[in-house]
Write a protein that binds this ligand. Structure first.
Ligand code: PMP
Length: 354
């Protein structure tokens, strides 16, 4: 740290993103990216937009907002785009939490939440998940705090039902509930339909996973127009041009190409079911993941040892060396071919005949 760093950030521990290695070509199952390229329409529109990069992007993202509003069935003032959904989540911590209204989220969830809370100098409380990683809905009913829930949760992949989400939202009428649906398209129920009914619900989604635009950086928040107006106040007070021209154009293509989106989501769910069955046959224990990753442990091998052994075999997964997660690894569901490589590497490591 330099001697100029403000005291307010001196104790900040930043988020650790998954590795993006360059030294070797890995089967990359560590950051929950899509194995499929962006929609051809998204690619074409982004290429066209590249020719206009001398101009600022449209701060209102008018055409993108119109395409997304149609997709979600909401009004154009009920959603707002961000530079990835991390950005949306950071804004939500900033806008809807303070000393009087701390944040609340599970002890095991997306590890960006505590970082975003600390960065925005927001106090937070965590509630432990049950031993099987399920969430106790009652912990969040009438909580009197700003609630952040990833649904499906990360890194467990376990989803709450729409009625459980509604229970939490309806029992906290005076607090914002942020539902982070980064992985919702792989088999969970979205709460976007509840945003008309509840003015305290903010749903965040990303185009990084199911729409193959992780490198484009595009996230969206959907909610009551007053909540969206609040987020807009913060956006125009920080970086009004937070979505660049090429990404906005790609986003329009991604929302319009529904067929491509649905086909890819189906493929991931099929590959997940296939890999789950193969891993089970090898003795792995897994959560019931509704996301594009598996959360798995093997009774005969520690999580870190397995992570290292897979790495040696050229397969990169995500390991969290914390007390509650160290037995497990989070494994992205990729193409069928990638899943076959994973299973073959696991058989080699476990000494199982192929
Ligand atoms: N929420 C969750 C639960 C995630 O796992 C991620 C991906 N790391 C994000 C949000 C952020 O995704 P992005 O910023 O790429 O939209």
């Amino acid at each position: 740290m330099s001697r100029f760093m403000s005291d307010k950030f001196a104790a900040l521990t930043p988020y650790t993103p998954g590795e993006q290695p360059r030294e070797r070509k890995y089967v990359k199952l560590n950051t929950n990216e899509s194995p499929f390229p962006p929609s051809p329409i998204a690619q074409r529109l982004a290429r066209q937009a590249a020719g206009d990069l001398q101009l600022y992007s449209d701060p209102t993202c008018r055409d993108l907002v119109a395409a997304a509003a149609e997709f979600y069935g909401v009004e154009t003032d009920e959603l707002l785009f961000f530079n990835g959904s991390d950005d949306a989540i950071g804004f939500a911590f900033n806008a809807f939490c303070d000393d009087q209204t701390p944040a609340l989220f599970p002890n095991i969830t997306y590890s960006f939440y505590p970082v975003a809370a600390d960065f925005n100098r927001v106090p937070y409380e965590t509630k432990p998940l049950n031993a099987d990683f399920t969430l106790n809905v009652a912990d969040y009913c009438g909580a009197g705090k700003t609630i952040f829930l990833a649904n499906p949760n990360a890194p467990t992949g376990i989803a709450l039902s729409l009625s459980e989400i509604e229970q939490i939202v309806s029992s906290n009428p005076d607090n914002v509930v942020v539902v982070d649906e980064a992985y919702v398209d792989f088999g969970a129920e979205s709460a976007v339909c509840l945003t008309k009914q509840y003015d305290n619900l903010l749903v965040c989604q990303t185009l990084s996973k199911s729409r193959s635009l992780a490198g484009g950086r595009l996230g969206v928040a959907i909610g009551n127009k007053a909540l969206i107006a609040d987020l807009n106040t913060l956006k125009y007070s920080t970086n009004p041009y937070n979505v660049n021209r090429m990404t906005a154009a790609a986003g329009i293509g991604a929302f319009c190409d529904v067929e491509y989106f649905e086909k890819n989501c189906r493929a991931i769910m099929e590959n997940r079911a296939w890999a789950e069955a193969e891993l089970k046959a090898l003795g792995f224990v897994m959560t019931d993941s509704k996301a594009n990753f598996l959360f798995a442990k093997h009774p005969q091998m520690g999580g870190l040892d397995l992570y290292n052994a897979l790495r040696e075999q050229g397969v990169l997964v995500r390991h969290f060396e914390t007390e509650l997660l160290r037995d497990y690894n989070r494994i992205t569901v990729g193409s069928r071919e990638e899943m076959e490589t994973l299973v073959s590497a696991l058989k080699t490591i476990l000494g199982v005949a192929k």
